[in-house]
Design a protein around this ligand. Structure first.
Ligand code: BYC
Length: 483
């Protein structure tokens, strides 16, 4: 079967890339499959492998009708290989090869670079599933539980997407890398996942929502940049992944928003005006807004680290080679070669944070990070609108980019959330005001009690405005006790 918009479900591995006619890759994927299922059963959602979950499955790559909803047991989810349609006449749109026909195969000189990018991208997908594997047990509703599992199975599919590229285009070392993707483990001392944020814990549902808001949004920005790639199969696979990614950020944004909504409603009902009266607010069984801000500070700063160094020769090489572009590259009005442009980069100069012009080519990571921060800010504004409507006087704010960093320009300085460089003593004194403390974590943990009754929600989170697939609030999104 040739490449189509329709997904072929007659094979063990659903696909729209004509796998039946590509026996070498089909065989490699079939060999990888049992290891993947084994990984899913041991590292995927703990305790729900036999539950029926109301999930969406991609049945087409047509944006208008690509998914269908049904009850599925997660290990039987039809993970598969889905690429956005090939665009006739597509070119390399930036860098030294600008104007050449997009590559349908890997250029030898960029093989290592492309493999590295695909492996890093692939590594994040199973990592997030591992990080979230215990959350089902404390789900605040069946609706939220279902959303968690939807996110998880799609991250699983995104792993398949990268594994397909490795198996098809990178021969023996591609197969080895595909195997390694199932061997590393989030947070493992000996075999950790590759990027920092993917080795952190996701201990509670507020962390999960912050993660899907902030870290999945890094995913969106990175996938957007890889979707620009001159290597056409990578571009096409990322374009389809972005369709699924939107839901993950929706889960994060609405999750935080619903948490804030429940807090504000409880405060109003109890006549509490001061959002900083933390003990009084916590007694209501909701999460106080300043603690939510601390969680945002943590997840935002961890996600900024995922952009790499502000000034990076790696990034310059990726761009110049045509393998990784900028956010919405083709909509930017410049020469798309950048050899004579500059870009302002925030740097530490003489102990102060200043903007310094750097060659635009080496500042690619900084630019992507700026686009990311702008995108985050829009979501934060929507959270603030929710709070504003309740009349509670509080606003969420993103911390300064120098705050709590472990990668890049600010990794060796301590800065406050408003961007003041501070000494070690001041940092130690204030740390628990800026980042979630052990006591904050314990309090949030105390609220993480399962709420699995149809149509019911935990006290700390408001119900969603609408259900999934037009289902009502009391729909049984997960039939937990099956098999
Ligand atoms: N942790 O020049 P530099 C997602 C390494 S999320 C550890 O500063 P570069 C998702 C770097 O590898 C999106 N190491 O940065 C979300 C390099 O090492 P080597 C995932 C780090 O290379 C939620 C050295 O430091 N996709 O999809 O320009 C759920 C110097 O690097 C880190 C991608 O990231 C770090 N944070 O950029 C599920 C896209 N940062 O080579 C999924 C692919 C840097 O000297 N990856 N290093 O040994 C890339 O584009 C780039 O590798 C990075 C780094 C943006 C990550």
């Amino acid at each position: 079967m040739p490449e189509t918009t329709h997904v072929d479900y007659s094979t063990k591995i659903p696909n729209n890339v004509g796998l039946m006619d590509d026996q070498r890759v089909l065989k490699a994927l079939e060999q990888w499959h049992p290891g993947y299922i084994d990984w899913w059963k041991t590292m995927g959602p703990d305790g729900f492998q036999t539950s029926d979950v109301y999930l969406r499955t991609a049945v087409s790559i047509d944006p208008k009708g690509w998914a269908k909803f049904d009850y599925v047991k997660m290990p039987e989810y039809r993970w598969g290989i889905l690429l956005a349609p090939r665009m006739e006449g597509r070119q390399v749109n930036f860098g030294a090869h600008k104007g050449e026909a997009a590559w349908q195969d890997v250029p030898g000189e960029y093989r290592a670079m492309l493999r590295r990018l695909i492996v890093v991208q692939g590594d994040t997908e199973p990592a997030s599933v591992e990080q979230q594997r215990f959350l089902g047990k404390t789900a605040p509703s069946l609706y939220d539980m279902r959303n968690l599992f939807q996110v998880n199975v799609e991250e699983g599919r995104h792993l398949w997407a990268m594994v397909y590229l490795l198996q098809k285009y990178f021969g023996k070392d591609g197969r080895e890398e595909a195997g390694e993707l199932l061997n590393r483990r989030s947070g493992d001392a000996d075999k950790p996942r590759m990027l920092g944020a993917f080795n952190e814990e996701t201990p509670d549902w507020l962390s999960f929502f912050m993660f899907t808001f902030f870290t999945d949004r890094d995913g969106k920005m990175q996938l957007e940049s890889l979707a620009q790639s001159g290597f056409d199969p990578l571009s096409r696979t990322c374009r389809f992944m972005l369709t699924e990614e939107a839901h993950h950020m929706f889960v994060g944004e609405t999750g935080v928003s619903r948490t804030a909504e429940a807090t504000c409603a409880a405060m109003k009902a109890a006549g509490i005006e001061d959002p900083y009266d933390i003990n009084a607010v916590r007694k209501l069984g909701v999460i106080d807004l300043p603690t939510m801000q601390k969680k945002a500070n943590l997840h935002f700063s961890l996600s900024l680290d995922l952009f790499g160094s502000e000034v990076s020769t790696n990034a310059a090489n990726y761009y110049n080679s045509g393998v990784k572009g900028r956010f919405q590259e083709t909509r930017i009005e410049d020469d798309h070669i950048l050899t004579s442009d500059t870009y302002p980069v925030s740097k530490l100069v003489g102990g102060q944070i200043k903007m310094v012009d750097e060659p635009a080519l080496t500042a690619i990571n900084m630019r992507l990070r700026d686009d990311y921060v702008a995108d985050c800010n829009k979501g934060v504004e929507r959270w603030n609108k929710t709070i504003e409507k309740t009349g509670i006087n509080f606003r969420f704010k993103l911390p300064h980019v120098a705050f709590h960093r472990h990668i890049g320009e600010f990794q060796n300085v301590k800065a406050s959330p408003d961007g003041q460089v501070v000494g070690d003593g001041e940092w130690m004194k204030k740390k628990d005001e800026w980042l979630p403390s052990k006591a904050d974590g314990d309090f949030i943990q105390s609220l993480m009690q399962p709420c699995w009754e149809r149509g019911k929600f935990s006290s700390w989170i408001a119900p969603p405005k609408v259900g999934v697939d037009n289902k009502g609030g009391d729909f049984e999104y997960v039939k937990i006790h099956q098999g």
